[in-house]
Design a protein around this ligand. Sequence first.
Ligand SMILES: Cc1ncc(COP(=O)(O)O)c(C=O)c1O
Length: 400
Amino acid sequence: MQQADGFSLDSLLSADAVARRETHLDRGGAGSETLISIDVGQPDPASMPMDDLIVATERVLSTDRTALLYGSREGYAPLREIVAQKARRLESLEVDPGQINITNGSSQAIAMTAQALLDRGDWILMDEASWGVRVFKGFGASVFPVRWDDGGPIIADVEAGISAAENDGKPIKMFYTIPNFQNPLGITASVERRTAVLDLAVRHGFVILEDDAYVELRFEGSHLPSYYELDESRSRVVRAGTFSKIFGAGIRLGWTMASGELLSALMNYKLDGGASPFSSRILAEYMRGHMFDHIDDLIAVYRNKRDVMVQGLQKGLGSDATWSQPEGGFFIWLELPEGAIADEVRVSCGKRGVAVWSGAQFRWDGHDDRHVRLSYSFATPKEIEEGVAILCEEIRNLAT
Ligand SMILES: Cc1ncc(COP(=O)(O)O)c(C=O)c1O
């Protein structure tokens, strides 16, 4: 757009910036009128350990002046050790802290991987509906969406994507996937599917970018091995993780697990003077004494909220609609009854102060009338009950 003084940014913007401008990442939600948010994947505010955090912050500020210096590219060593310790305890997975790098949220980890691997127009595979749409639109990737059933990614779709890319003369570069409590689908990929996907990655030479933002928050069932663990060569998987969901998103800290050449390629994009050395020290100070108890507390909080949401849907919609039954994480993917259009549901709920997101937001092609993503992470149990009752009423009105 040209300004009054004749200046126009259009011809100066990079192709990447234009692509980002063309994506409508933040549509949805009910804006300032919202009273009840069952849309966003924000962590539960009531669970944030404010008092202990004040103690941790005081300790850092009174003992460690390096907190306010630039940090290393790899991140604060004790925090890397804490991530390794967490993997050992919760997953029985041994990871050398040298393979762990602290990032500015897992968003940075994912963006760094995209930067390191993708040229515009390169093919990637992505879960059919995905939080990652917002990231990859910006990188100008060509995306082949892989449908999921209850077992995870459908292998025939992975194979079809590989063939489509090969026919286009540009083989698949990576599969970006969210294996646990998928956002937005709320489903977990089985070990068999993970193994089959990894097998295809080995045979066809692509990288798996495993976004495991919710792995720690499993309410029931047993932990499944990650792609990172299954890949014994440790050469073709980048695993991204985050403290946003097990501590608080405002701390803006996450990590990658990667090794060898892949790790070196990623690190060339870590140009920020180290993920906040200050936050890293406070987080490490807190997590050292509290991490596992805090995660246990969060599991109880989110399990209860999941149950409240499921009971509300059961009560309000019964067998007239279907929804995923997440064993962890934050999200439920609701398939609407015939006649109810997702965006109309979003708008009519918004008018009554309840924010939900329509499924289109998570689709690569931006189309999905049939689904709504619900989140039970942020609202209180009482709000969830009220919000879901209103949602079900609106769905019923629109479906008839
Ligand atoms: C699947 C998934 N990956 C990554 C992120 C980004 O998390 P972070 O706060 O670590 O950047 C989110 C946030 O909602 C998410 O749901």
